[in-house]
Structure formats: C-alpha cells, structure tokens
Design a protein around this ligand. Sequence first.
Ligand SMILES: C[S@@+](CC[C@H](N)C(=O)[O-])C[C@H]1O[C@@H](n2cnc3c(N)ncnc32)[C@H](O)[C@@H]1O
Ligand SMILES: [Zn+2]
Length: 189
Amino acid sequence: MARLTSRLNRANHRQWMVGMDAHRRGAQTAALPTGDSDIFKFNQLRVRKKQLRFARSSIHAWGLFAMERIEAKEMVIEYIGEVIRQKVADHREKMYEKSGIGSSYLFRIDDDTVIDATKAGNVARFINHCCTPNCIARIITVDGEKKIVIYAKQDIEEGEEITYDYKFPIEVDKIPCLCGSPMCRGTLN
Ligand SMILES: C[S@@+](CC[C@H](N)C(=O)[O-])C[C@H]1O[C@@H](n2cnc3c(N)ncnc32)[C@H](O)[C@@H]1O
Ligand SMILES: [Zn+2]
C-alpha cells in the first residue's frame, strides 16, 4: 500500500467520509425511494452473492475484482460494516489515523450514521475510485434499514476491477487520482 504523509492521510480519511456524504447528496439515484425491484434484487443478492475477490490493484493497493460477468443494473455487493453514530466515527477516525491505518473504510449513510468497515466489514471496502467507473453506490431502504449497495452501471467482464466515483468535494489539499482512465480528472478532490 502506498505510504501517505500524515497530512495527506488525514485529508484522505476526512475526504473519504465527506466525499461519501457528497456522494450520497450528489448522486441523484441515491436520493430515489427504494423501489420493489431494488428489494427484489437485494433479496436475490442475499441468496446468491456475486463472485468477487480482492487482489492487488493498479489503481491503489488492494481493489475488488469481478470473478464472473455482471450485467448492467445488477447489484454487485452490499457495503457491510458496523453501523455507528457520527461522534463514534469521529473518534475512530482519529484512532485509526494514530495507529497508521492507511485507508479509511468509513462510509457515511446519513447525517448521523456512518458504516465502519475497518474491522467488521466485507470486501466492498476494497473498491477503489475511478473517474469513469463501472459501478455506482446507492443507499436503499430494506425493512426500514438503510443499506449501501453497489450497482453495475454497465456490463462488467470477468477479471475487471470494480470501481465507482467517490465524488469527493473540491479541496485545496489535493489527493492525486491514479485511476488511469483517459478521462481521469487528475485528483480525487
Ligand atoms: C476504501 S479505500 C479503497 C481500498 C484501498 N485501495 C485499500 O487497499 O485499502 C479508499 C482509499 O483508497 C485510495 N484510493 C482509492 N481509489 C483511488 C484512486 N483512484 N487514486 C488514488 N487513491 C485511491 C485512497 O487512499 C482512498 O482513501
Ligand atoms: Zn481518475
């Protein structure tokens, strides 16, 4: 995993949280009410998980890869983790930073709820950002509970890395983007 300066690291952690919040606000689809087809797809995903594996990525450290073909609009994976309040997330963020955890796996779900996939998460936490991603993250409500689900934006071939756009807000301290897309914006933020 690429080593980051602590300043960049801090920005990185903060941006992941803030960016995911922006993602939630910015992505129009995330704001849509959960439809019957989402619930149906979610139940299907519970029964038969997509074949995915994490491996070294050319984008950053570890990434998540499709081990089977996935069709556009299919649910790829739920972003699972511990559901915590904002205050706890702030405290943990500092703790993780102190203990040198290089990537943050905190994903904001709403104003006071964050999903922490650092210790109790699944492989969705390895999904990297791409400026021309093949997936999108959406928040859906199932049985009254909010869930973060990664959907395929397009057909994904076996072996392809799963990515989505973190949609981080613009900041002065830039985080270089290494997605490698010809349309890369150059920075995550
Ligand atoms: C949730 S982690 C993604 C998994 C990460 N690759 C790992 O091995 O832990 C998010 C972090 O990965 C890094 N990252 C993800 N996509 C990136 C990209 N396109 N360019 C540079 N760094 C990226 C950033 O440090 C970001 O804060
Ligand atoms: Zn990029």
